[in-house]
Design a protein around this ligand. Structure first.
Ligand code: PEP
Length: 231
């Protein structure tokens, strides 16, 4: 079971304090995804650390981007790609996301590749079509790579306080797995009080946690749920 905390563009908790809290939770892969300036502090604290994005080229004229070799040199283990905030606000495309994932994997990073439908797409009955297009692009670029994990993050549930029902998450994630046979995390307003029922679903292999990962006690509580459920 994997629980990854996406700190977004926040400073986030003290890495050393968080590392101490997570120390005694067994049977769990806890990951933190801080902003670029906090990567080193998280690595130094002994946390499994992923970046929030990564470019497909090792170096070049790509202002504002960071490459997989640069992250690996810092001791960073992986990266998120395709987060809906990147797709929504920074124009990232399915093809670009797939390229980021493919080259990060080839360079030796682990990857959490995010997919998910918007409210309009769900209301129009297009959820499976959207997921298929997004997952197919990642599958065509990466195949079922053993360092690749997917995250189902319905856009309408991210940072809104709206959470998918366990049944909805189960259905969508089983569909994603039928397209690409890799672990699938659920993300979208996961909190200590809804983690148990979401993580108990058979197609839910962990959680990608945004807001609640900024609070050490909340994140630790979600990690404890995950460890308990699959122990
Ligand atoms: C996220 O940023 O990936 C996320 C799921 O955010 P939140 O938990 O705040 O909805």
């Amino acid at each position: 079971m994997i629980v990854a905390g996406n700190w977004k563009m926040f400073l986030g908790p003290d890495p050393a304090v968080l590392a101490r809290q997570l120390e005694d939770i067994a049977g769990l892969d806890a990951i933190v995804c801080p902003s670029f300036t906090r990567l080193s502090a998280c690595v130094e604290a002994g946390l499994t650390t992923y970046a929030q994005n990564v470019h497909w080229e090792p170096e070049g004229a790509y202002t504002g981007e960071v490459s997989a070799p640069m992250l690996l040199a810092l001791g960073v283990r992986g990266a998120i790609v395709g987060h809906s905030e990147r797709r929504q606000y920074f124009g990232e495309t399915d093809l670009g996301v797939a390229r980021r994932a493919q080259f990060a994997l080839e360079a030796g990073l682990h990857v959490i590749a995010c997919v998910g439908e918007s409210q309009e797409e769900r209301d129009a009955g297009d959820t499976e079509t959207v997921l298929r297009v997004q997952v197919d692009a990642i599958r065509d670029g990466c195949g079922p790579h053993d360092r690749l994990v997917l995250a189902y993050e319905p856009v309408w549930a991210i940072g809104t306080g709206l959470t998918a029902t366990p049944e909805l998450a189960q259905d969508a994630q089983a569909f994603i797995k039928s397209l690409l046979d890799r672990p699938v995390l659920y993300g979208g307003s996961v909190k200590p009080d809804n983690a148990d029922e979401l993580l108990a679903q058979p197609a839910v292999d962990g959680a990608l946690v945004g807001g609640a990962s900024l609070d050490i006690d909340s994140f630790t509580a979600i990690c404890r749920s995950a460890a308990r459920i699959r122990s």
